[in-house]
Write a new protein. Structure first.
Length: 131
């Protein structure tokens, strides 16, 4: 079996991206702030897993979680022992100053496929066929 310490979410960056958006024929402009997190999940265990779900915590300057997202680092493809799967997410919110990530759910690859609701949730999260 895989325990939570066998799957590690590593955050490589939590970057703020500012876009200047012209308003009213360029007389006034405002800034939209998008915070983007990039990282990967590493399988430090000894069995393949799939449908690895990551919780992204969006935090304010006081390190309090103000929002979160659940995303899939893998949505059907196997994450073999010793391998990594990349993830990325973004949130447009001026209050976000920090972000963190944690693996919260996964499916151990066996001869038995995951339940249909797990497959459908991954397809919906990835915007299509799970690839």
């Amino acid at each position: 079996d895989v325990c939570s310490s066998d799957l590690k979410a590593i955050v490589e960056s939590c970057q703020q991206i500012k876009n200047v958006v012209p308003a009213d024929v360029g007389i006034i402009s405002r800034q939209d702030s998008m915070r983007v997190i990039r990282g990967y999940v590493e399988n430090r265990g000894n069995v393949p897993v799939n449908y690895v779900r990551v919780r992204i915590n969006w935090r304010n300057k006081d390190d309090q979680t103000i929002d979160y997202d659940l995303i899939y680092a893998t949505a059907g493809e196997l994450l073999m022992p010793g391998k990594q799967a990349r993830f990325e997410a973004g949130k447009n919110n001026m209050l976000i100053a920090k972000c963190s990530a944690k693996v919260v759910d996964w499916w151990v690859s066996t001869d038995e496929p995951p339940p249909a609701d797990v497959i459908e949730a991954a397809k919906s999260a990835s915007g299509g066929d799970g690839s």
